[in-house]
Ligand binder design. Structure first.
Ligand SMILES: Nc1ncnc2c1ncn2[C@@H]1O[C@H](COP(=O)(O)OP(=O)(O)OP(=O)(O)O)[C@@H](O)[C@H]1O
Length: 228
């Protein structure tokens, strides 16, 4: 089992304090759902953990090894090169004009490459350019590419956004299958998908992550008006 431990992450933009003592743990074999209003700092937190954003303070530890989150010349390369944390950004990152069957080998080799080529629906879209895919097809492809990389931890920023039910189901199935070997953090405003998928849930309010167990707590946190 691998363990990712985050403590006391602090981040502000100018005078605005965004993250204030963020603490959580994630272990392989579980999916952690993170909820929070627009602008609460979810994407910023994920970027800090991946290494493309810096924090003013905080500790990131994977197993017994520490990774820098504060600004240093090596903070980004240390985390990314460690191959501990995979990250699906909120916005599409694949080149639009390249065909799917040319993109897959750029990310994956061997058995993992075969898994993506043979995944449900993939043979049908493999000959298309990324720019010709539907939003659901493109997001599904992105999740398959990042999810099949070797990292023990995976951070997913809005994997369900604008995705039709058919591809949402495929993404759910894939993430459940990945859980046996990875620890997964997922955040999305399609909160029912995240609620259903996740083993543990946390909500980000006033810069802090708090554990919740009941959907009603999302109302108390000011994220939902009602449960429907
Ligand atoms: N580079 C930056 N410079 C200044 N402000 C920023 C920067 N990046 C993010 N912010 C601000 O920090 C706040 C949190 O942004 P972030 O994208 O982390 O929120 P979020 O919880 O992911 O929101 P959403 O649910 O809308 O995706 C927002 O007010 C945003 O404008």
């Amino acid at each position: 089992m691998a363990l990712l431990k985050v403590s006391s992450i602090q981040k502000s933009f100018g005078a605005k304090s965004l993250l204030n003592e963020v603490d959580f743990e994630l272990q392989t074999g579980e999916i952690l759902g993170v909820f929070g209003r627009n602008g609460s700092g979810k994407s910023t937190l994920l970027k800090i953990l991946f290494g493309t954003q810096t924090a003013e303070a905080g500790v990131l530890k994977v197993n017994e090894r520490y990774y820098p989150v504060r600004k240093t010349i090596w903070h980004k390369s240390r985390i990314i090169e460690s191959q501990q944390i995979g990250y699906l950004p909120q916005f599409s990152f694949l080149p639009q004009r390249v065909k799917v069957w040319d993109i897959i080998p750029q990310y994956l080799k061997g058995q993992e490459q075969d898994l993506v080529f043979q995944a449900p629906r993939m043979p049908k879209i493999a000959g298309s350019k990324v720019g010709e895919l539907s939003m659901g097809e493109r997001r599904y492809l992105e999740v398959l590419l990042i999810g099949n990389l070797d990292h023990p931890f995976l951070l997913l920023d809005e994997p369900f956004s604008m995705v039709e039910p058919l591809f949402k189901d495929l993404i759910h199935e894939f993430l459940i299958s990945l859980k046996t070997k990875k620890g997964i953090l997922v955040t999305d405003h399609y909160y029912q998908d995240v609620w259903q998928l996740s083993d543990r849930k946390m909500v980000l309010t006033s810069g802090k992550l708090t554990s919740i167990t009941q959907p009603e707590e999302l109302i108390q946190a000011g994220y939902l008006r009602s449960i429907y």
